[in-house]
Design a protein around this ligand. Sequence first.
Ligand code: HEC
Ligand code: HEC
Length: 281
Amino acid sequence: MRVSAKTGMLCVLTAIGLVAAGSANSSDSLPEGVTAVKAAPPSKDHPLEELFSGWHFRAPETQSLQQDDFENPGFLWVEQGEALWNTVDGSAGKSCASCHNDAAESMKGVGAAMPKWDAKLKRPMTMEQRVNNCRTENMGAKEWKWESNQMLSMTAFVRNQSRGMPVNVQADGPMQSWAEKGKELYYSRVGQLDMSCANCHEANYGKFIRADFLSQGQSNGFPTYRLKWQKLGSLHRRFKGCMANIRATPFKRGSDEFVALEIYLAQRGKGLQVETPAVRN
Ligand code: HEC
Ligand code: HEC
């Protein structure tokens, strides 16, 4: 018997508990620090008609945690990041502030444009990689682990300086081949469930999967506080979780594959405002 690709896909989705639901939550209120949670797609041939931040799809209880910085548990990390910014570390006897002074000025817009091409290293750098590069090359300090409290705090603090600014990655020029690689990964079916990122976040956003309401899988809120994790987490941690859910072998945090995926996601979500630290369930 022949089964069309479409029917086959539906079977898989039904098997893992995906059911149609009404439209996404519509709420007039906004998360603190931003003026919009949707944006027009950055190009005519874009796969999405309208871009929505993940905030749009969350339940009111989760949303409310992001509507007030005093309620937002992610701000504990932002505050720790600010303290680390001013802490001397490493053999050069410097802190981040020794060179970059006031982050509110020097880092404004930097997080919105990450990952960025590094001409010397001839590769793109995510925020985590840039922070570690400054630590080893400019401070004589040790690298921080990707998912360490220090790294999460620092990346949240730096990204927070761009809150409310539109994601503005430069994915053309030397980064184009990386963006294309990321796109290829985004549409590749993997794992025992034989699904791609797009199967969930493009074809089925606005529907329930098990108890979770599917978003477009945007990256504008990262690092993000997840109630499930009870802490802040990196974008690559989320990628790993999504890959594990479809029973694929996840790539490593900081791998070229995840960096490429991060670049593609940033380009795909260009125009959405940075919300770091977002709150998700
Ligand atoms: C089986 C469905 C499924 C697949 C396939 C899937 N995800 Fe997800 N993803 C989810 C669910 C469920 C969530 C949590 C609810 C939401 O935000 O959609 C999520 C959340 C996310 C988020 C966080 C969004 C936010 O606003 O915080 C990102 C980013 C993400 N996914 C990226 C990816 C990428 C990249 C891939 C491919 C490697 C992928 N996902 C594959 C189901 C999936
Ligand atoms: C000795 C001076 C020095 C110190 C200390 C330093 N940096 Fe840097 N940083 C630089 C320079 C110079 C650049 C420009 C890129 C390059 O050539 O490395 C840079 C670039 C950056 C960028 C990218 C800026 C952009 O516009 O894209 C970030 C983010 C950053 N640093 C964060 C940090 C953090 C966080 C710390 C502390 C953990 C730190 N830096 C410590 C000198 C320093």
